[in-house]
Design a protein around this ligand. Structure first.
Ligand code: GLN
Length: 485
């Protein structure tokens, strides 16, 4: 199997395990073998930061006990890779940081517990930008992950390891996290499906906090159906997270039977600027033409505050991060580095434990929250955030069902190509808006440019993931092989 080839789907794995064609051990062994082959054969893509064979075999045995149930879990025997900032028992949870080297969480994230309850096998921890800050995995203390399609390219970030695990055919489903695009952007760069649910749709319990008002756990799938199956399992109210919403979770896999006929799909002009890579534009227009041919009504719309989203995000996210990351001080959390006295210990720990991007964000966040600058930056950013959310409210309130945009302005860039942090931040321009507004969004492959995948993004109103999946299934079917060509 080469990069980009599809792994066995989650639905097939479950079916085979259920009817006895394979057992859960065999599915895990196959994924381990594939992970090994990828490591040996594809320049060692550096996808996993921890992958304990013995532990996975034990998990596989645990999953197998469900075979005795009348209705075994919906992900029975399916290996699911987990981003390194989501707490799992046994495997370390290090957030791609020296600060948490070797840290084993005493509890498990709700999303991981739900996966296990559904019969899935949590399959190792994947590489990421340190504390989820970045768009290329180059900010990881473990070194960058490489893009399975072209190994001199980034897989995107911050959930680059999870996206690459799916793209390389190791697992059909992986978990990532989203604060500003960290699932959708790597999904686009790696040619897989990536979903950011509505804020509050999925429990954040056990997700290491970056910016709490933006963070959500998200799902990668090799196909729309794989992603729908994964989301269905992890979504829903959790008493352990007071921001999780008590709203029923539909069966997203049924959305595949819904038609897009008569659906109004908005094409926001701010996401198709003059400067957009013409090849990306052409792919998006082709995808929209498919949706129109299926009976959707494509309509030009405007989200006028879009250009303010990156500056707003890079005030709000670092502000929250500076507060959330205060706990990593070598006393409450984090690997303690010795220094002269208490202050010296704090300095040594925080200087030696964090990499340059995390340090920059903490400094930036502390600055915008400090007395005298709070009103000028943080409060103003919060006001503009409301305008951005209102933009979505107005279009969705005017009869538009969904929005369609490119996920990123360009396909995957070369590793090492972007050294200016500001330029890196600008690559989030089409994704941070959904996080600021809290609305669900997803990326799916819509074709290639010079062998590199291009992602198309669907954005829906709050808690309308179902509608988004309906269009995604329809588009995936209409594109067929064109999605990967
Ligand atoms: N690239 C964005 C950042 O660096 C988004 C990260 C994320 O979604 N976790 O903050």
């Amino acid at each position: 199997m080469t990069a980009g080839e599809r792994p066995r789907s989650a639905a097939d794995v479950r079916k085979e395990v259920r009817n006895g064609a394979r057992d859960t051990q065999a599915t895990v062994e196959q994924a381990l073998q594939r992970a090994f082959d990828v490591k040996a054969g594809m320049d060692g893509l550096n996808i996993f930061v921890s992958l304990d064979d013995a532990l996975l075999r034990e998990h596989a045995r645990g999953a197998a006990t469900q075979l005795a149930d009348t209705e075994p879990g919906s992900l029975l025997g399916v290996p699911v890779a987990i981003k390194d900032n989501i707490a799992s028992l046994h495997h370390p949870t290090t957030c791609g940081s020296r600060m948490l080297k070797g840290y084993i969480s005493p509890y498990e994230a709700t999303v991981v517990a739900r996966l296990r309850a559904a019969g899935a096998v949590p399959f190792g921890k994947t590489n990421m930008d340190e504390f989820a800050m970045g768009s290329s995995t180059e900010n990881s203390a473990y070194g960058p992950t490489l893009n399975p399609h072209q190994t001199d390219r980034t897989p995107g970030g911050s959930s680059g390891g999870s996206a690459a695990a799916v793209a390389a055919g190791i697992v059909p489903i992986a978990l990532g996290s989203e604060t500003g695009g960290s699932v959708r952007q790597p999904a686009a760069f790696c040619g897989v499906v990536g979903v950011k649910p509505t804020y509050g749709r999925v429990s954040r319990f056990g997700l290491v906090a970056f910016a709490s008002s933006l963070d959500q756990v998200g799902v990668f799938g090799a196909t729309v159906d794989d992603a729908a199956r994964g989301l269905r399992v992890i979504a829903g109210h959790d008493p352990l997270d007071s921001t999780s919403a008590d709203i029923p979770v539909p069966d997203y896999t049924l959305a595949g039977t819904h038609s897009v006929k008569g659906m109004v799909i908005g094409r926001p002009k701010e996401y198709f600027p003059e400067s957009l890579d013409p090849r990306v534009r052409a792919r998006c227009d082709a995808a929209l033409a498919h949706l129109a041919a299926l009976g959707a009504i494509v309509k030009d719309v405007s989200l006028p505050h879009t250009d303010l989203a990156v500056p707003v995000y890079y005030i709000v996210a670092p502000a929250e991060a500076s507060s959330n990351l205060a706990r990593f001080d070598g006393v409450r959390y984090g690997r303690r580095l010795p220094g002269d006295g208490l202050r010296g210990m704090y300095e040594a720990t925080r200087t030696g434990g964090f990499g340059p991007e995390v340090t920059r964000r903490i400094l930036l966040g502390t600055y915008v929250l400090s007395a005298g600058y709070y009103d000028a930056y943080y409060r103003k950013a919060q006001r503009v955030r409301t305008l951005i959310a209102d933009d979505f409210g107005s279009v969705f309130g005017s009869g538009v069902d969904l929005l369609f945009t490119p996920t990123t302005p360009t396909p995957a860039f070369r590793l090492g190509a972007i050294s200016d942090p500001y330029e890196m931040y600008m690559s989030d321009i089409f994704t941070v808006t959904a996080n600021l507004a809290g609305v669900p969004a997803m990326s799916q492959p819509i074709g290639r440019v010079d062998g590199l995948p291009v992602g198309g993004q669907l954005i829906a109103p709050h808690f309308e993931e179902d509608r988004m999946f309906a269009a995604a299934y329809a588009l995936e079917r209409a594109l067929g092989d064109e999605a990967h060509r």
